[in-house]
Design a binder for this molecule. Structure first.
Ligand SMILES: Nc1nc(=O)c2c([nH]1)NC[C@@H]1CN(c3ccc(C(=O)N[C@@H](CCC(=O)O)C(=O)O)cc3)C=[N+]21
Length: 363
């Protein structure tokens, strides 16, 4: 622990400063774990902190029995998202002081889905926390597609709005494609416009915006020092908003990518070859311990409610990955909640800031 304190107070590199405190002492521990396939060698201090010896006065020597009980590093998305929001707060005020512009995000919510309402409320709170202006339109379930298009058009023309997000899913009577295509590409902070996705897929091209959830996954890996170059990555799920863009981003990071989906033969065997797993399917606890190569890094995008009479809400959130099993095999894993979810919102704020900076040519 003493060495951690010393490292914290010494000048650190830019990369190290971005890392969560606990990792600053060894920014590349996870990268090393990836190479070694070990679940445990660089995590002794935390290991002992979590499982104190029953004989605290005697020195603790790791044994093989302990190794089988090793638990993965927790990739703390909540803490990293906070760090990113702090960076955005600074940048927003720098921009305001320099050119008098405040970034603005417009969110359109149609219908009364409780989860959507919660997400939109969280986005609004997050905007406030970093000094970004938020504009919100809440429309009833029976709104026509044309009315939604009109709201988009007004936001497209509003110079105080630099990002527009239409909360998905839309009510079933609407054509999602028509609605998303109406968003001006310069304000498409979700990055869902086909032209953005097309550019993401092409070598030598740059999208205006990278979709928030996959971007958040890659950002977490970067800030935890996980290198992807040459690594085998498996993305589970092929949705337009997570799985597919995540696979494209991983290829841009020089990973070798396989996409496992509902029609894949023997998904377990393919997934077990991965150094990195990104799971985005929406099936609670689908990825079991036996699917995971020892030492793999796991990013769990799933946010699945499961009934839980002991929870005040009557349910709790679990990921796609069986956490109890996975943390005994993986070298690092994102929890649910507190993993990718908060990063998605942080990336939305970042995209909104990037948009405003680009529109005003402010860097
Ligand atoms: N146009 C559009 N863009 C989106 O980005 C979008 C969307 N539609 N529709 C729905 C999904 C879902 N989504 C989440 C964002 C944050 C959390 C989040 O912060 N979750 C917390 C838990 C929150 C809780 O406890 O309820 C966590 O994982 O720690 C979850 C889910 C964005 N989405």
């Amino acid at each position: 622990m003493a060495s951690m304190v010393a490292t914290d107070s010494s000048p650190s590199s830019a990369a190290a400063r971005l890392l969560p405190v606990r990792l600053r002492t060894d920014a590349f521990s996870l990268r090393r774990l990836l190479h070694m396939g070990s679940t445990y060698s660089t995590t002794f201090p935390r290991y002992f902190a979590l499982r104190p010896s029953p004989f605290p006065t005697s020195p603790v020597v790791p044994t093989a029995a302990m190794a089988t009980e090793a638990s993965a590093e927790v990739i703390d998305g909540k803490a990293v998202a906070k760090q990113i929001r702090d960076e955005i707060t600074d940048e927003v005020s720098r921009m305001k002081e320099a050119i008098g512009v405040i970034p603005g995000l417009a969110v359109i919510l149609v219908g009364d889905r409780k989860d959507s309402a919660t997400y939109v409320r969280n986005k609004k709170k997050a905007c406030e926390s970093v000094g970004i202006n938020s504009f919100e339109v809440h429309l009833p379930e029976d709104t026509t597609e044309q009315e939604v298009l009109t709201h988009i058009s007004v936001f497209n023309d509003n110079p105080s709005v630099h990002g527009i997000l239409v909360q998905l899913p839309l009510p079933s009577h609407m054509n999602e494609q028509n609605v998303l295509n109406a968003i001006k590409i310069e304000k498409d902070v979700d990055g869902f416009h086909p032209l953005n996705i097309g550019r993401l897929a092409m070598r030598g091209r740059e999208p205006l915006f990278v979709p928030c959830t996959p971007k958040g996954c890659i950002e977490l890996l970067h800030r935890y020092g996980v290198s992807l170059k040459g690594k085998r990555a498996v993305v589970i799920g092929r949705s337009n908003i997570v799985g597919m863009p995540a696979a494209l981003l991983l290829q841009r990071e020089d990973a070798t990518v396989s996409v496992v989906h509902s029609r894949t033969n023997n998904p377990e065997e393919i997934t077990r070859q991965a150094d990195l797993i990104i799971s985005a399917v929406g099936q609670p606890n689908m990825v079991r311990g036996s699917w995971i190569k020892p030492g793999a890094v796991i990013i769990d995008v799933g946010i699945n409610p499961v009934d839980d009479i002991n929870s005040p809400r009557g349910y709790r959130l679990v990921g796609d990955v069986c956490y109890e099993e996975a943390c005994k095999v993986a070298s690092a894993i994102t929890p649910v909640p507190g993993g990718v979810g908060p990063m998605t919102i942080a990336m939305l704020l970042q995209n909104t800031l990037i948009s405003a900076e680009r529109i005003y040519n402010f860097h």
